[in-house]
Write a protein that binds this ligand. Structure first.
Ligand code: ADP
Ligand code: MG
Length: 706
């Protein structure tokens, strides 16, 4: 659904909640949700059940239209849901949470039912959660409209989950994990409201400090990106996206398509959205705890303060490994201050070791000095259980120091029961604590990542000059073809988009081939041109370094090889092409793939015939601007090759960037391009040349070309 002006306030802060399908029957969803609602909700709960006078002691009404509610929770059998929801619409109940399962998740009949539900919701403009949802929770009013666990501690994390089980698990674990929640929603089948709606709503919610999601899919990738970009201005968003392996990977006829897969699209999409992506649920909530503190580090320097050597070394290692963090180097004044207050055996350089007999005061002194240091942007404070410490007091001292200096801190409490008091104090006062030093550092790194996200700007890429009319004609030529693919015979597309190509032409007889070769130079490259041959060199269909005198023979040989490979292959001719000096250059690939959720993606990577073996590639949503394209060229492992490794001259990176920008604009302009490979785009110190082309067109989309 995802309209920008939709308010979801009524969903989390209703005054009267009707429970349609409320019942006393033990073990039923209708009872569980009524019990949860009655256990602490500040508003009014109205059970709806035509067959009962009361439920759990609350008087019943016979239908939702009699409940005068502003929100309805629906727990009736699947066949009745659509009618109940229609009744909600007719009687002015705008917020509806459908717990009932048996919709799109169960096959054709369920899918029909779900479609009907979506239609009814649209008719009455309902905020509908589910179906197949565990429900929603919100802490300010004590709302627990789920048939799941008890409400978690209150806090600033708002959590959406595509899995009801994760809601149950995370909420149950919250207290122990030191997490406090504002709103929680189990998205269910997302028939109406989806992740984009909640990112938008929570981005505007002053009580939500961080948005956290467990997602299996994103309904509308581009809308999600827009909503998240806006939210992340002041509210960090972190998600786990499961389903990395692409069971449904489609048969791709390009390298890019083969590599793309939906996870690469999600990676590109979430990155474009400024959303932090966690690899595990634990990592997700580690980040959430750090991010809900509300402060971001002003510098990437980290101070480590510890009373034990080993954990201090581990934290130091983790800081060293973190891409966005480094160990802070203390100013002389800091070292002097520490020298004055610490015992002689203590280490007054970073990591600061206050040693095993430290009391709370020594921690306080060390933290004061470290937090005041100009190079320190965040602090890991570590404690192992010792006899000299009062852990409740230590927790207060850590939280006081964090408050006073406004510098983010992560506590590393390396113990169990003896540190419980410190853990509790820190949770209450909003300082994240962890057991493992590496996780504490990871928490701080997510803050650094969020700072980067917040500093981003998203300029619209400048449109490139292009002869779009010519491209439209070329793409339309697939209508006369048995398949929807075009190859080097369509290289004129490059000219139309200002992407340099080698000299050359496609010809269909040996004499012509010779004539073209004579114009080009002493030696040429020759390639078979056939829509039936996807990878020309695989069948010996590319000849490099053919002297002009041998061009006519080479022509015949290429055709013979194609016939030999596939006797009935359509042969359009042979391409005669200028030789590019590969010794001075790098074969790169620029490609594109259209993702069902995120639309056109552009890929850049190390090219040539081993692309899929190397898979050294990076994806972005298309179109990209120069800055983003520059980022892509820096992203790949082979980036040093482009910059000139081992005494070679660097390639013309500007020209590479320009080609990536132009290809990305091409695919954004023409939705009919399903997949595209420019492989190789040879990059040399003098510029780039697009040497090969393959693309697949969706004829049904030809009319939507720009
Ligand atoms: P395919 O990918 O269908 O096998 P290409 O046109 O990409 O066909 O050619 C395969 C390889 O041949 C390229 O990766 C490159 O190494 C080499 N090659 C192709 N064209 C040229 C050229 N004009 N100059 C130099 N090398 C070339
Ligand atoms: Mg190729």
């Amino acid at each position: 659904m995802s309209e920008a002006d939709r308010s979801l306030a009524g969903l989390f802060a209703p005054g009267r909640v009707a429970v349609v399908g409320a019942t006393d029957r033990e073990g039923s969803v209708g009872r569980a949700v009524t019990e949860n609602l009655l256990s602490g909700f500040e508003g009014t709960v109205v059970p709806v059940n035509p067959n009962r006078e009361s439920v759990l002691g609350e008087p019943c009404v016979a239908s939702v239209s009699e409940a005068d509610a502003d929100m309805a929770v629906v727990a009736v059998p699947p066949d009745y849901v659509v009618d109940v929801v229609r009744e909600c619409g007719e009687s002015g109940v705008r917020n509806v949470v459908v717990l009932t399962a048996g919709f799109g998740e169960t096959g054709a009949e369920g899918a029909d039912r779900e479609r009907e539900l979506t239609e009814v919701a649209a008719e009455y403009d309902l905020n509908l959660v589910g179906p197949n949802s565990l429900g929603v929770m919100s802490s300010p009013l004590g709302l627990n409209a789920t048939f799941g666990p008890d409400a978690p501690p209150a806090g600033g994390v708002s959590f959406m989950s595509q899995s009801g089980a994760f809601v149950t698990a995370v909420v149950d674990w919250a207290a122990e994990a030191g997490l406090g929640f504002k709103d929680v929603v189990s998205l269910g089948n997302k028939a109406v409201l989806d992740e984009t709606d909640f990112v938008r709503a929570w981005g505007d919610d002053p009580d939500t400090d961080v948005v956290v999601g467990y997602l299996e899919s994103v309904v509308d990738g581009r809308a999600f990106v827009d909503a998240a970009r806006e939210a992340t201005d002041d509210t960090p968003v972190a998600v786990v996206k499961s389903g990395r392996t692409d069971a449904g990977a489609q048969a791709a006829s390009s390298h890019t398509g083969a590599i793309a897969g939906s996870d690469r699209a999600y990676e590109a999409g979430l990155d474009a959205a400024g959303v932090l992506r966690a690899e595990s649920v634990q990592e997700l909530f580690d980040a959430a705890r750090a991010l809900s503190g509300g402060t971001v580090p002003e510098s990437d320097g980290v101070a480590v303060v510890t009373n034990a050597g080993g954990p201090g070394v581990m934290a130091t290692d983790a800081v060293g490994d973190a891409e966005r963090l480094r160990l802070a180097s203390f100013a002389d004044g800091t070292v002097d201050r520490l020298g004055e207050t610490m015992p002689e055996e203590a280490n007054v350089y970073n990591p600061v070791d206050v040693i095993g007999d430290a009391g709370v005061e020594r921690y306080e002194a060390a933290l004061d000095a470290a937090l005041a240091d100009p190079d320190v942007g965040s602090v890991v404070v570590i404690t192992a259980p010792t006899a000299t410490l009062d852990f409740g007091e230590l927790g207060e001292a850590i939280a006081d120091a964090a408050d006073e200096h406004g510098v983010p801190m992560a506590a590393c409490l390396m113990g169990g029961g003896r540190l419980a008091e410190a853990r509790e104090v820190l949770r209450e006062r909003g300082v994240p604590s962890y057991f493992d030093p590496a996780r504490a550092v990871a928490g701080l790194e997510s803050l650094a990542e969020y700072r980067e996200v917040r500093e981003r700007s998203y300029p619209e890429p400048e449109p490139v000059d292009a002869d779009r009319e010519r491209v439209r004609e070329i793409l339309s030529s697939v209508e006369d073809r048995p398949d929807n693919r075009l190859g080097v015979e369509a290289m004129e597309i490059f000219d139309a988009y200002g992407i340099p190509t080698p000299e050359g032409a496609v010809v269909d007889d040996p004499a012509e081939a010779e004539a073209v070769a004579e114009d080009i130079g002493e030696e040429v490259v020759m390639k078979i041109v056939s829509p039936d041959i996807l990878h020309k060199s695989d069948i010996g269909g590319v000849k490099v370094g053919v002297p002009v005198a041998e061009v006519a023979d080479a022509y015949e040989d290429l055709v013979a090889r194609a016939r030999n490979y596939q006797p009935d292959a359509t042969i359009l001719g042979v391409q005669v092409q200028e030789m590019i000096d590969l010794d001075a250059g790098v074969e790169t690939i620029v490609g594109s793939h259209r993702d069902p959720q995120f639309g056109p993606l552009v890929m850049f990577g190390l090219g040539g015939v081993f692309v899929e073996v190397m898979e050294d590639t990076t994806f972005r949503l298309a179109p990209v601007g120069r800055e983003e394209a520059e980022g892509m060229t820096a992203d790949i492992d082979a980036a040093p090759l482009l910059r000139g490794a081992r005494g070679r001259d660097p390639v013309d990176l500007d020209a590479v960037v320009d080609a990536v920008v132009r290809v990305s604009q091409l695919v954004a302009d023409f939705p009919s391009i399903v997949e595209l490979d420019v492989n190789p785009l040879v990059a040399t110190p003098d510029g780039v040349r697009a040497v090969d082309l393959r693309l697949t067109v969706d004829p049904e989309e030809l009319d939507s070309n720009s």
